[in-house]
Design a binder for this molecule. Structure first.
Ligand code: TRP
Length: 378
């Protein structure tokens, strides 16, 4: 059982962070810079004492895990698990309906995600994989947590604003509006103290910290119950989709992890490039070409500069051929493992049922303590 605290010793030496891949261009706001510094401290603390961390991380089941996802967050989860941190992986099936109706293929997507997780190295004997709709005490935390935030605070959340804009719908559902509070329930139900995130999720972590702090101040000032979790920023670059925009599960521009070698070839061949023959790595000036160079480099565990130099004047055709080969080589083993797992859906359902059960036990303990603190035990 990890010591549930977020107060960590601070040190100023260089962090033993994961191998840093070259960062894609992103604006660094003060909040992001602060979080980068904090991430460096946290990486040191993880290296020193992994057992003191409980990590919660999750995905919306809106489609198959793709390569952007793999290099951006899934690798980091496996790294943390293998470093000895306790890992919980959540399938956010309620969050998936913030901007869409649950579709009949949801069970296939959810079980497919479990197959992806196991194939890429999440170990069900050490980690807990669960779907938040199945964890009743977790969902019950939403009500007290909603009482701790104002409508104005939620309205200011920049990620919610972006998602509302991206959904392009004239109406905003109550769930879309309040999902960051539900996310706080995800995180605090298991009293996770570390949440690996991309920059877009930082406002949600901030809100979770606010809810934890307010709950402690209001209901248990003498013995604060909830830790204020930290976000752990991924050092991985943002991969673009085959159309040159951000790679997304539901954007029809991604290369799924589970794609066959032929599908990969088809998807990469239609990727956008430019007409310049010489291949270089210039993310600002040539984002689409740089993206294929970066993807190839990530698959080969080398630098994008080395890939660009090797292709030289080969042009887009040589670059695409190199990318296809690198992806197919890198993921052949994972894809074979995944195919074997997918052939046994009964096993995948058992893994999920056991994870749900464990998440329920943890969340029930949290809900009992919350009721006690809130004077709701009669
Ligand atoms: N909001 C996350 C996303 O859009 C998914 C998510 C839901 C999550 N609950 C979480 C992530 C809790 C981390 C912790 O991808």
């Amino acid at each position: 059982m990890p010591a549930l605290t977020s107060s960590l010793p601070v040190s100023s030496t260089t962090a033993s962070a994961p191998p840093a891949a070259p960062a894609a261009p992103r604006p660094a706001t003060p909040a992001v810079l602060a979080s980068q510094d904090r991430t460096a401290e946290l990486e040191q603390a993880i290296a020193r004492d992994p057992g003191s961390f409980r990590v919660l991380t999750g995905d919306r089941p809106t489609g198959a895990i793709h390569l952007g996802h793999y290099f951006g967050s899934q690798c980091n989860r496996v790294r943390l698990q293998n470093a000895g941190v306790e890992l919980l992986v959540l399938i956010a099936d309620y969050q998936a309906i913030t901007d869409r109706t649950a579709a009949a293929d949801l069970p296939d997507i959810v079980i497919g995600l479990v197959a992806d997780y196991l194939a890429l190295g999440i170990d069900p004997d050490r980690a807990t994989i669960f779907a938040h709709s199945q964890v009743e005490p977790l969902n019950q935390l939403l009500l007290p947590f909603l009482s701790l935030v104002s409508v104005a605070e939620i309205s200011r959340n920049p990620t919610v604003k972006d998602e509302i804009a991206a959904a392009g719908s004239p109406t905003v559902s109550g769930l879309m509006f309040s999902y960051p509070v539900h996310q706080a329930a995800d995180i605090l139900s298991c009293r996770a103290n570390l949440v690996p995130v991309g920059q877009d999720q930082l406002p949600h972590i901030e809100l979770t910290r606010t809810i934890a702090r307010r709950f402690n101040e209001r209901y248990c000032p003498d013995a604060p119950y909830f830790p204020e979790p930290d976000g752990l920023l991924s050092s991985a670059p943002l991969l673009l989709g085959t159309d040159g925009t951000k790679m997304g599960k539901s954007r029809h521009n991604s290369i799924p992890l589970r794609a066959t070698a032929d599908e990969t070839a088809r998807l990469v061949s239609r990727a956008k490039t430019d007409s310049q023959r010489h291949i270089s790595y210039e993310p600002h000036r040539r984002p689409e070409v740089a993206n294929l160079v970066l993807l190839t480099a990530l698959c080969r565990n080398t630098t994008p500069e080395a890939v660009a130099a090797q292709i030289g004047d080969g042009g887009a055709a040589a670059l695409k051929a190199a990318a296809i080969e690198a992806i197919n080589e890198r993921f052949a083993g994972l894809r074979a493992r995944r195919a074997a797992l997918a052939a046994d859906p009964g096993y995948l359902r058992t893994v999920l049922a056991e994870g749900n059960q464990r998440a329920c036990e943890i969340a029930a303990g949290t809900l009992a303590a919350v009721r006690e603190a809130m004077h709701q035990r009669y």
